[in-house]
Each structure stands twice: as C-alpha cells, then as structure tokens.
Design a protein around this ligand. Structure first.
Ligand code: NDP
Ligand code: MG
Length: 379
C-alpha cells in the first residue's frame, strides 16, 4: 500500500482525498495536517489512524493533544509541523491541499525530501513557480496536478509534450457569467459563494467568481507545461464537462472529459501511471445534451489580463498578484470591500510593487507581504 500524507486534510480537497482512500482501498494515511478544525481532524485520526498529524494553529494543536491522548498519534504544530508531515521517511506521496501561500513551505519540504507531489495548492506554483520547478527537477520529483484543468491537460498531452502547440483551458464562467461589470457592484459574499458546477472551499469559490482562479491556473499551467502565457487560451465552457484541451502542432485537439467531481483528478494524481476503480458517477453525455463555448468577457473580468501581465513581468509579480488577491478575498468575505474592488486592489498592488527579478524564497515572501499591505492601505 502506498503511504500518503494529506496536507489540508479538513478542507474540500483534503476530505475528497480521504474519500478516494475509502473508495479505492489502495492507500495508507501516514500523516495529516489542518489549521484549526480540531473536531474534524480528531475524527480523521480515529478513522485513519495516522502516525503523525499537525495543526498549524498552536492553540488548536494543544486542544487536539488533549483530545487524542488515548491514541498513539504524534501531534505537531506550526508550519514546521506541517513541513515534518510533508517529509516523513515513510511517506511516498504528499497531497498538497492547504489553501494559499501557506502551502508553499510544506510543499517545498516534500519536494526536497523526494516525495511525489499530488499538487492541489496552485498558489505554490503561482508564487514561486521557478523555485518549485527547479527544486522538483533537482530532486527528481514528479509533480502530478490535482487541479482539474491541469489534470486534463496532463492526460491529454500523454507524453507528446514536444508536439504541443497550445493549451485551451476551460472556465465554467462562475456565477456571474453574462453580467456587466456595473451589475457586479453590489455582489455579496453569499451570492459569490454560489458556484454553478463545483463545490469547493470559500477562497477558491470567490476566485472562480472573479475569474482570478483562471488567472492563477494560467500561471500554474505555464510552469507545469512549459508554455508561455500567450499559448494558453482560456475559454468559457459552461457545462464543466471538458476539463481542458491541448492542440498539437498538426492541428489536432485532444480534450479530457468527465463529470465535475474532484475525486477523479485526485485519484489519477495518486495512482498515476495506473488507474483505479471508478471514483465518481459515469458521465451521461446524452443527458448533458450539448457542450457550449464562449469567449471570456475581459471587461467584466479584468483578472485574467492582470495575471498575464504578472506572468510576463516575471520575478516576484505573480506573488504580488496572488498575495493581493488572498488579502482582498479575505476583506470581501469579511464584508470590508466590494466584489469589484478585488481586481482593482490587485492592480494597485502590482502597480506599486518592486519588480524584483530572479527572486529567492525570501523575496517571494516579502512581495507577498508587500501586496497584502498595499491592499489593506487602499481598501
Ligand atoms: P479549503 O478552504 O476547503 O481547505 C483548506 C485546508 O487548508 C484546510 O484543511 C485548512 O485547515 C487548511 N489551512 C487553511 N489555512 C491554513 C494555514 N494558514 N496553514 C496551514 N493549513 C491551512 O480549501 P480547498 O480544499 O478548496 O482548496 C485547497 C487548495 O486546492 C487551494 O489551493 C485551491 O486553490 C486548490 N484547489 C481546490 C479545488 C477544490 O475543488 N476545492 C479545485 C482545484 C484546486 P482548517 O480546516 O483547519 O482551516
Ligand atoms: Mg481548476
């Protein structure tokens, strides 16, 4: 049995990873980490009996130690604890399902320990793509994408990367497809949290409503598949059945399809190059009836152009884009800024940020902090 570590085990991807463990019966859970959801992590400890767990929140870790003192599990705390969960000798594959730049250090720790990475935490590649890909190559580590679009691209390329001409990355369009920018002025968190096709954590659901998620995914694809951003074309595909496509040099386009269920890409990232038993319901194409495609409305959703600009600037700019977005989404969810302000704040942070090139890890974290500070000041 492959031994896995699930970072962010209490979240949307984390819990679906544990569903895949249940359905396939092919993985042993060696380590788990969460931030502060003590109740759920305790339940997971009693069910999966991991050897080691971490709560990054210190108070939550103290609480958890008391709750599970009748079990042999080792309870760690803080970001160092998450890094330890990511690098235990016994673990084969690490599922990185922490949300935000908080996942960067533990992911690097897993890579430096030579673990296979099932990567959900896209912010890791967005903020520090060059560093992460360089470390992966130095340590001979495979990064298998969990993000559904990137899993689709990876499956469609199928070892023919040298013939790749273009990536067509699909977007559902989110809950505000067809609206004008003016109509989005008074969007509330409740409205933005209603995604039409996917059930996900709060931050990525807001990112899907602003289309920042597609901007992040374009940068993620650039690093994973080695294409410049102008060769990665986003299009709206309302049904979320085609999870993305690739075009080869001869003009042939290959797409990957399936129901909108994250258990599918999670399972493939864990079992690659093999496949497992079904982990979701079968796709009924006749029931779906038609597949539709539309261009992105770049006026209503400036987030994609900003992401491309950040990618073209290089250096720390993608970390600025990401950090400003993380801070702005938090403010929006707390009722402290408007929905349309999210992309405006990202743009302000990018305009004011230093354009440091060839960054080290410390530069990335400084750029992230700088972006958060600008967002707070400008909100
Ligand atoms: P959730 O918000 O549902 O879960 C986040 C997880 O990370 C939880 O376990 C949470 O712990 C933990 N966490 C939160 N903050 C910190 C922190 N500061 N330090 C350490 N751990 C922390 O997120 P999702 O599962 O939706 O997303 C996880 C990642 O996967 C994101 O990067 C997202 O973009 C990506 N992704 C998600 C998809 C989805 O369908 N959900 C699809 C594709 C990619 P606690 O519960 O204790 O707060
Ligand atoms: Mg995605």
């Amino acid at each position: 049995m492959k031994k896995i570590s699930v970072l962010g085990s209490t979240g949307s991807i984390g819990t679906q990873t544990l569903d895949v463990v249940d359905i396939t019966g092919q993985y042993e859970v060696f380590a788990l980490s969460a931030h502060s959801n003590v109740e759920l992590l305790e339940k997971q400890i009693r069910k999966y009996k991991p050897s080691v767990v971490c709560m990054t929140d210190e108070n939550a870790a103290s609480d958890l130690r008391v709750r599970v003192k009748d079990t042999p599990v080792k309870v760690l705390s803080g970001i160092d604890g998450a890094c330890e969960c990511a690098s235990c000798d016994e673990v084969d594959t690490v599922v990185t399902a922490i949300v935000g730049i908080a996942g960067l250090k533990p992911t690097l720790s897993a890579i430096r320990s030579g673990k296979r990475i099932a990567l959900a935490n896209k912010e890791t590649l967005v903020t520090a793509g060059e560093i992460v890909m360089r470390e992966a190559s130095l340590n001979n580590v495979e990064i298998l994408p969990v993000d559904s679009e990137h899993s689709a691209i990876f499956q469609s390329i199928a070892n023919q990367g040298k013939f790749l001409n273009r990536i067509i990355i699909t977007a559902s369009g989110g809950p505000f497809f067809g609206k004008t920018r003016e109509e989005l002025e008074n969007v509330t968190p409740e409205m933005a949290l209603k995604h039409p096709n996917w059930s996900m954590g709060a931050k990525i659901t807001i990112d899907s409503a602003t289309l920042v998620n597609k901007g992040l995914e374009i940068i993620e694809a650039m690093h994973l598949f080695g294409l410049p951003v102008d060769k990665i074309q986003p299009i709206v595909h309302r049904e979320s059945i085609i999870h993305s496509m690739v075009e080869f040099c001869d003009g042939s386009i290959i797409a990957q399809m399936g129901v909108a269920d994250m258990k599918l890409p999670i399972s493939y990232a864990l079992s690659y190059p093999k496949r497992t038993v079904p982990v979701c319901k079968a796709l009924d194409l006749v029931g779906v009836g038609k597949l539709s495609f539309f261009d992105i409305d770049y006026r209503t959703f400036p987030s994609i152009d900003l992401a491309k600009k950040a990618a073209e600037s290089g250096g720390v700019m993608c970390a600025v884009y990401n950090g400003a977005n993380e801070a702005a989404v938090e403010l929006f969810l707390g009722g402290k800024c408007k929905f349309t302000a999210i992309t405006e704040l990202i743009e302000k942070a990018m305009d004011r940020a230093p354009k440091t090139q060839n960054p080290e890890l410390e530069d990335i974290f400084m750029a992230d902090m700088f972006a958060r500070k600008i967002v707070k000041e400008c909100c």
